[in-house]
Design a protein around this ligand. Structure first.
Ligand SMILES: [Zn+2]
Length: 148
């Protein structure tokens, strides 16, 4: 049993209570607070286990954190390894922070709703581009001004 993001643990050497920012990796844990603190997993005792939802929400929040936080990169990698990816638009707009992706468009996991939205948007842009092409292809010569 390894620790997971969102777990609340007692870090025994400091006596501090930590909420973990990421899943345990290489027998180490990272806490959510500042400064970023790392510890050996073996130095921690589980106080409250995160639910699956707590864990995902924690990873998502950490993954959206400042770029100079080491834990951000760890959370991003851990989310990428999730067997069931989250919809990238749901996550981005927080419309459903746990929106499950059903399909992958290239590298982008999308839920059904956002896939349909993205497809509609792309089709509309394509129609617009087609009408621009037609207008340009049908450009008419302008007769020079008659000289007086
Ligand atoms: Zn979505």
């Amino acid at each position: 049993m390894t620790f997971r993001a969102g777990d609340v643990v007692l870090h025994r050497p400091s006596g501090e209570k930590w909420t973990l920012a990421c899943d345990e990796e290489r027998a180490e844990v990272i806490c959510c607070g500042w400064p970023e603190s790392y510890a050996k997993a073996a130095d921690c005792t589980l106080l409250r286990a995160a639910t699956d939802e707590d864990r995902l929400v924690t990873l998502l929040l950490v993954a959206k954190g400042p770029r100079d936080h080491y834990r951000r990169g760890v959370a991003v990698q851990q989310l990428a390894r999730e067997p069931h990816p989250l919809c990238s638009i749901c996550v981005d707009t927080s419309c459903d922070p746990l929106g499950k992706a059903t399909r992958r468009a290239g590298d982008v996991p999308l839920c059904d709703r956002h896939l349909a939205d993205a497809l509609d948007g792309a089709r509309a842009r394509l129609r617009e581009a087609q009408s621009t092409v037609e207008r340009l292809e049908n450009a008419q010569p302008i007769a020079p001004e008659p000289s007086t």
